[in-house]
Design a protein. Structure first.
Length: 74
């Protein structure tokens, strides 16, 4: 491919402070929000069990946390 390495390697675990500052900036300017919804609300993703149909299909749900409304406790 002809790629010349000019620096690195970089390890994500060593850049945590950089990522934390970027996340704080996104929260402050409104481009990100904290979600307090239970993982069960979302089908698929990290909460899905291996081998189930839910691992292949992801349902996108609009979260009320995005609007600044905390969900009701279950």
């Amino acid at each position: 491919m002809g790629v010349d390495w000019d620096e690195g390697p970089f390890y994500q675990s060593q850049r945590t402070a950089l990522y934390l500052e970027a996340a704080k900036k996104c929260l402050a300017n409104g481009t990100a929000f904290l979600c307090y919804c239970p993982a069960e609300k979302y089908v698929g993703g990290d909460h899905a069990e291996e081998g189930t149909a839910a691992t292949k299909v992801r349902r996108v749900t609009r979260c009320s946390c995005r609007d600044g409304i905390l969900p009701l406790p279950m």
